[in-house]
Ligand binder design. Structure first.
Ligand code: SF4
Ligand code: SF4
Length: 430
């Protein structure tokens, strides 16, 4: 028995048993609801299996034997650098209601549930995918992430990355390149592998394969009638957080092949004449799938999402102008920040532009704006988006949620009313 296990008190043991029971039950319930949605492609199975493996069976991320993992807390940590140095990234922003309730005792009341869930996982020490990480990487984006970085760094090796708030200042952007080099130095300490032109080029190729499959997937998601439900697509993207990139790429290639075959045969598409919805706002992290599930269970078609557990982290390829190691690092720094639509940047016109683009491409009829309680940065941007949606005649609803099931009935009523409004009021982009 480890020293840590021996030092666990009876109260902690009881807390741990409660955690085991409740968190597994919630993850199983969410997976069952995902499985019960109609039009589920066969090739979705491996993605749901990885979520089951991590959240129900409590196994580690799916990775090659002996590969260390690095916990990342934002899409702004470039996976290429981690793969280049012989480790694997796992995205650890938390979506667990049970971990949230434990973190709620440690964090201030108004901290966001995502950060409380991460703190709960740290306290309970029961999730291999968290516990086995050799290094944590936390970009300092909002206040909650800043305090999380401090909390984690007192407990385990942590790389704290300062992210520029203003992307127009060259010196701020230059600082982020330096942050990535410093992060690479910390990685070398755990993997004993320095970054080189060769290994970074290989990691670029690995992620380019993933990007290619993602671009096929995005094209297929744009089809009308819909070929794949948004809840399924969110499961695909969440599963990426815990899967070795080449394996995820293969699984996505198989899913794309299946969807293309369906498109050719003109069958199995989700043909219901229901409102096509865009989900945007605070991150939607498994097992907190209550909003996408409610939208689709109430008859809406979740046609697209603009969230950071969606395609945000992989959508834009790095543009390399200078084919040296430094040139590639600069391209990663630019890709992580410049096109990013996260509202933690001071200026964020990109987000409005991107959402208008998604509305056109996916023929969106209504927008659901998700705000996690305490997530000020997303809440701030609601008013801007509401005004923009007013200009183009697309209904939008702001939905504030927390990590519990107490608000489900109220959310159900509001979602249903919103879908009815679009159906009978005719939400059409001008
Ligand atoms: S919402 Fe923004 S800061 Fe938070 S993880 Fe996503 S991209 Fe990073
Ligand atoms: S961006 Fe929002 S959800 Fe993400 S850590 Fe900050 S407050 Fe929490």
């Amino acid at each position: 028995m480890s020293e840590k296990a021996l030092s666990i008190s009876p109260a902690q043991t009881r807390q741990r048993e409660r955690f085991d029971r409740k968190s597994v039950a919630i993850a199983e319930k969410m997976l069952r609801r995902v499985n019960e949605l109609t039009h589920r492609p066969e090739a979705l199975t491996p993605f749901l299996e990885i979520l089951r493996r991590v959240f129900v069976d409590r196994e580690d991320a799916s990775r090659p034997h002996g590969t260390p993992t690095v916990g990342t807390y934002c899409v702004m940590v470039p996976p290429e650098i981690i793969y280049a140095q012989g480790a694997m990234p796992v995205k650890l922003c938390g979506g667990s209601y049970t971990a949230f309730s434990i973190g709620d005792d440690t964090a201030p009341r108004d901290a966001c549930p995502l950060v409380k869930a991460v703190m709960g996982f740290e306290e309970i020490d029961a999730m291999p995918v968290y516990q086995n990480c050799s290094l944590m990487a936390v970009p300092v984006t909002c206040d909650c992430k800043k305090k999380l970085a401090g909390y984690l760094s007192q407990r385990r090796p942590t790389a704290i990355l300062h992210v520029p708030a203003n992307r127009d200042r060259d010196e701020d952007m230059e600082r982020f390149v330096e942050e990535l080099y410093a992060f690479s130095g910390q990685l070398a300490n755990i993997t004993s592998k320095e970054l080189s032109y060769e290994n970074l080029s290989a990691a670029y190729r690995m992620m380019a394969d993933a990007q290619y499959q993602l671009s096929r997937f995005i094209d297929l998601r744009r089809k009308n009638p819909l070929l794949i439900r948004g809840t399924f697509a969110m499961a695909v993207m969440n599963a990426m957080s815990y899967t070795y990139a080449p394996d995820w790429t293969k699984q996505l290639a198989a899913l794309n092949d299946e969807l293309e075959a369906l498109a050719r045969k003109k069958e199995m598409a989700v043909r219901e004449n229901q409102p096509r919805i865009l989900l945007t706002g605070s991150p939607v992290i498994f097992p907190n799938f209550k909003l996408p599930l409610l939208i689709e269970e109430m008859g809406g078609l979740l046609a697209a999402d603009e969230t950071c557990m969606g395609e945000r982290g992989l959508y834009d390829p790095p543009a390399v102008a200078d084919h040296t190691l430094d040139g590639m690092m600069r391209a990663l720094s630019n890709r992580a920040t410049r096109p990013c639509t996260c509202p933690t940047f001071a200026d964020n016109k990109r987000r409005v532009y991107r959402i208008r683009q998604l509305i056109q491409d996916y023929k969106i009829q209504g927008v659901v704006y998700h705000v996690l309680r305490g997530c000020l940065v997303y809440d701030y941007e609601y008013a801007v988006l509401e005004e923009e949606m007013g200009k183009i005649g697309v209904p939008i609803i702001r939905v504030e949620t927390d990590y519990n099931e107490e608000d489900v009935e109220q959310l159900r009523i509001r979602t249903e009313a919103f879908l009815e409004l679009i159906k009978y009021g005719g939400g059409q982009a001008k």
